[in-house]
Design a protein around this ligand. Structure first.
Ligand code: G3I
Length: 451
């Protein structure tokens, strides 16, 4: 597996190598051009970023962090930059959790999207209790303090979030800001934001504005008015939370394009699509293709890394399953971005598999575990996964697999024992007995690599 560092280094070297070949009178054979093997790497080759929402309290979980570092080059704090997290009581700011995410991103060269400054939700009750004069000053102070704290470190801020109603009215949503400051609050927030960090791109962000409809028309009219009057706005965020009741609209690309034609960037800011298998993968690919077809669509952010931590976990809406296996949707996104899974000569089609753990029988001193391997949307001829124990646990027996061990004895790498060939979507499983030695923790299962 490539690390983000190595894929970034390869991208940085590519122009140098091309230059050297040109000096030598050679051209790179097209068949050897290296397609990127990560989401961020493939997106970068198309001039886009590929980001994810991140929660600070998961940054201690090894597979969460390694997936983040390998696959993404932009992060959005999922909750840590919201008003209730940053200013729970008036004038008392708490930046610690969001700082952890910003430091993580900065030390790895990732961009940060700021989410969000002015929003009716996750708003502490003290804000709702203010009269108009105090509310205006609290809003401006919040923008100044928060943007000032991370000045120069945030590439785009969601200055105002979800200020319009759903439905056919195109009206503003009732909120303390709307109700007490009137229609001008959005403009006022954007002007304050421009002054607080002139380098940050200033976005309006909303949901159910992904296709052409009454709500997106209302946002469109606001952005057109802002551009005409010189109110600072640089980007519009399309959250893109989809499910069977709210699928990717047929006019998604056309809608992105009409906003781009107003002279703003468009960003896909909170993408997730409930479902599984081929239909989920196809929807994801359609979103990526729409962004790539719109020159001013500068990046895509998915709303989380793994299904298990999604705000809609039961809808399995993300690109990695609960065990951090790549889903068919991952492969579809990577392919739509022009990348390929690893360039593995033993796996030219980029076939995928998943590995899922379940506990079986348990006794006082030991338990049996089973890992189910399932092929993705293409047939596979082999698979590899890992089972990591918590010391001093020991595995004393295995079946239906060929194990090898690392030097610590804690990590078992499992390959097939006659059960490597699986048709698309088909499963096999292997099992093992873990001696607890006082610790009943479930083993951690690594990703599944197909060949
Ligand atoms: O942190 C507390 C925890 O201490 C407490 O024990 C627990 C009990 O419910 O709640 C925890 O807070 C939760 C928080 O997520 C952190 O997990 C809140 O209840 C929960 O409401 C909150 O949900 C977030 C939601 O916004 C709130 O509106 C989701 O994580 C987050 O993904 C979601 O993100 C929004 C975007 O900001 C805007 N667009 C829509 C999107 C999805 O709803």
């Amino acid at each position: 597996m490539h690390t983000s560092t190595s894929s970034r280094a390869r991208r940085a070297l590519a122009p140098v190598l091309t230059g050297l070949l040109a000096v030598a009178g050679l051209t790179a054979a097209s068949g050897t051009a290296e397609a990127a093997s990560t989401l961020a790497g493939a997106a970068a080759e198309k001039g886009r970023y590929f980001g994810t929402a991140v929660a600070a309290n998961h940054l201690g979980e090894a597979p969460y962090v390694s997936t983040l570092n390998t696959e993404f080059d932009s992060v959005t704090p999922e909750n840590e930059m919201k008003w209730d997290a940053l200013e729970p009581s008036r004038g008392a700011f708490n930046f610690a959790a969001a700082d952890r995410i910003v430091s993580h991103a900065q030390s790895r060269g990732m961009k940060v999207r700021g989410h969000t400054l002015v929003w009716h939700s996750q708003l502490p009750s003290w804000v709702a209790g203010l009269g108009a004069t105090d509310l205006r000053s609290a809003m401006n102070n919040h923008i100044n303090q928060v943007m000032g704290h991370w000045k120069g470190k945030i590439h785009s801020w969601d200055v105002v979030n979800e200020a319009f109603q759903d439905g056919s009215s195109g009206a503003r949503r009732s909120s303390p800001f709307q109700d007490k400051l009137g229609n001008g609050f959005i403009e006022e927030a954007f002007r304050a934001a421009r002054a607080a960090d002139p380098a940050a791109k200033l976005c309006y962000n909303d949901y159910n504005t992904d296709g052409i409809n009454a709500k997106s028309n209302a946002v469109y009219n606001m952005v057109r008015d802002f551009k005409a009057r010189g109110v600072p706005i640089d980007c519009v965020g399309f959250q893109s939370h989809f499910n069977s009741a709210s699928p990717v609209p047929a006019d998604y690309q056309a809608n992105l394009q009409r906003f781009a034609d107003l002279g703003v960037e468009v960003q896909i800011t909170e993408l997730d699509i409930e479902g599984s298998g081929t239909s989920q993968a196809t929807s994801y690919a359609n979103v990526v293709k729409a962004c790539l077809a719109v020159t001013r669509c500068t990046g895509i952010t998915v709303w989380g890394i793994t299904d298990k931590y999604s705000w809609r976990a039961s809808g399995t809406p993300l690109l990695f399953d609960s065990n951090y296996n790549k889903k068919p949707a991952y492969t579809a996104v990577l392919n739509a971005l022009g990348g390929t899974s690893g360039g593995d000569p033993g796996n030219p089609g980029g076939a995928t598999c998943t590995a899922t753990y379940s506990k079986q029988e348990e006794w006082s001193d030991r338990f049996n575990g089973r890992v189910t391997i399932t092929a993705g949307s293409a047939a596979i001829t082999g698979w590899t996964t890992t089972v990591t124990l918590t010391s001093p646990q020991k595995i004393t027996a295995t079946w239906n697999g060929s194990p090898t061990w690392d030097s610590s004895g804690n990590v078992m790498t499992m390959r097939p024992n006659g059960n490597g060939s699986l048709a698309a979507g088909a499963s096999t499983s292997f099992g093992f007995t873990v001696m607890k030695n006082g610790n009943s923790a479930a083993p951690a299962i690594g990703g599944c690599t197909a060949s």
